[in-house]
Design a protein around this ligand. Sequence first.
Ligand code: ATP
Ligand code: MG
Length: 308
Amino acid sequence: MLSDAVNVEPHENSVVIGTGKGGVGKSTIAAHKAAWHAARGERTLLVCVTSQDDDDLGIERFGRGLLPEGPSVLNGEGLLRAVQERIPLLPVREVRPNLDVVPGGEAVGELLTLLTARIPVEGVSVVASLAGAIAPIAPWYDRIVLDSAPEQDALEQLALAAARWLFVPTRSDDTSIRGMRRIARNYKLVRSQVNPWLQVAGACLYGSNPSATQLHEEVRQDVVEVLGPNTPMLSTVVGYREMPARNARKKGLTFGEYAALLPTSAKSYDVAAGRAQRADVVPESIKPLAEEMDRLNLEVDAYCRKGA
Ligand SMILES: Nc1ncnc2c1ncn2[C@@H]1O[C@H](COP(=O)(O)OP(=O)(O)OP(=O)(O)O)[C@@H](O)[C@H]1O
Ligand SMILES: [Mg+2]
């Protein structure tokens, strides 16, 4: 599908989170990484190249951030319009201090039709079209994080063409490892034909048991086999903790923000006494989850700096 060379040099601190497989934790990691940089005072842009309506940061449900004037940019519509009309991306501003977001959503699915229609005429420049829409606003930011769509080669390539780094979270099952083969294939294509600056920042085991060291080693071997012998495998494993992860997303809060509510949250005995609802109880397990996510962000960042 890719044929000519078209180079739009991505921002030096831009990273795409990709795995080739759905439901692995890409959007969760992308939102948390972006929020982590913003909380450190770095001007950060999160671009969600995904048709899922994840809303980890509460933009749609809780109206966080300042919407740009003009047509809607929510639900992936801004992203679609920017690529379609070849105009700069218009993010939702200040979703958190220092954090702007280009939300994903249903309209991103239409990008596939658009790209497919343009390929016969434009060849590879189609894949660089998101990079082109980011380039005019990239100088506003210290960091750019891209979330990618699973199992859609064209959307994955679009995101890969717009970043300097690829970070690959994976689960330990065979389908996740097969998903890594897809991202590895797209990585090689995009790197050789569109974005020669792209590098693998590393991989991590996500949503697993952090103390299962044997499993970790087996996945490391799979990662090295699929992504190459020089791929850093991060030591941080974010555990599988469904309840706090789900509750935090429902409230449009990062794990750290949700954990900060713990000291003043209702407790199970308040629910038993009829003084509170179950939904008001912040589970204790949010604490280790928030800590693991922080450690992951530190480690990913360290690898990107070392690589640079
Ligand atoms: N550490 C965790 N433990 C358990 N569940 C988690 C954890 N982190 C995220 N989740 C949940 O797992 C589900 C999938 O996560 P997420 O949406 O981040 O994956 P994804 O790779 O972006 O999926 P998709 O491919 O559909 O875009 C979500 O419901 C999310 O709330
Ligand atoms: Mg996602």
